[in-house]
Design a protein around this ligand. Structure first.
Ligand code: ZN
Length: 241
């Protein structure tokens, strides 16, 4: 494929690449996309997922929140796909400076990436709302009902950005910095519909903007290279050199 060769050329020339990824990066690992037609949002549940996954709902109905969260969000069977693995390889080769992701599933870290900026947090980090003690994924998975702190009995909250909550400012600042300093920005697996995350792209002033997504995105016109294909398939053909 001609586009993939172009991408290879851009990647081979640069040692200052930043990757910005969305749900599409994880769907190829079997993690459902919240916003896709076949995704969670159209499944049967007592409330719409965007209601359940809101700050207000978490505070008022933690039992119901956790019933949904445990059933749909605490997935530990997914494995990194070709995209995750290639990005980790590019980082080890000194070519990729950061992965900025809207996903909360830890798959980039599992693939071996070191500098991962998680805009929407992670299901792998959790903390007691009273005393701030940290709890891991396994503790949350094993807990019955609403997970409670072993030390003080407080409710444990996932370090995930819920609806109505703002993004972590430190992560946001580091992402802005990475994007503004990048020579190549590869946007993958996102329709760029989620704000404010999507507006981060405006900080890019580098050489090459690449968009890899199955469907067209609003940024395609501005991109130097657009590849409409599944991201794992594209990255599996790329060499980290
Ligand atoms: Zn506590």
């Amino acid at each position: 494929m001609e586009e993939t060769e172009k991408l290879q050329e851009i990647i081979s020339k640069s040692s200052n690449i930043v990757f910005f990824g969305g749900a599409g990066v994880s769907t190829e690992s079997g993690i459902p996309d919240f916003r896709s037609v076949d995704g969670l949002y159209h499944q049967q549940w007592e409330y719409p997922p965007e209601t359940i996954l809101s700050h207000t709902f978490f505070m008022r109905r933690p039992e119901e929140f956790y019933r949904f969260y445990k059933a749909k969000m605490l997935c530990d069977t997914a494995k990194p796909n070709a995209a995750h693995l290639k990005l980790a390889e590019l980082e080890r080769a000194g070519k990729l400076k950061a992965v900025i992701t809207q996903n909360i599933d830890n798959l980039h870290q599992m693939a071996g990436s070191g500098n991962v900026l998680e805009l929407h947090g992670s299901v792998y980090r959790n903390y007691c709302m009273k005393c701030c003690t940290s709890y891991d994924f396994a503790y949350m998975k094993a807990a019955e009902g609403v997970p409670q702190c072993e030390k003080c009995g407080g409710i444990i909250k996932p370090d995930v950005v819920l609806y109505e909550e703002s993004l972590d400012s430190k992560t946001l600042n580091r992402s802005v910095q990475a994007i503004s300093n990048a020579e190549v920005l590869i946007i993958g697996g996102t329709s760029l519909a989620v704000y404010p995350a999507a507006s981060l792209i405006d900080y890019f002033t580098g050489e090459y903007l690449v968009v890899i997504n199955r469907d067209a995105t609003p940024r395609d016109k501005m991109a130097d290279l657009v590849i409409n294909a599944p991201i794992g398939q594209v990255f599996s053909q790329i060499r980290a050199e």
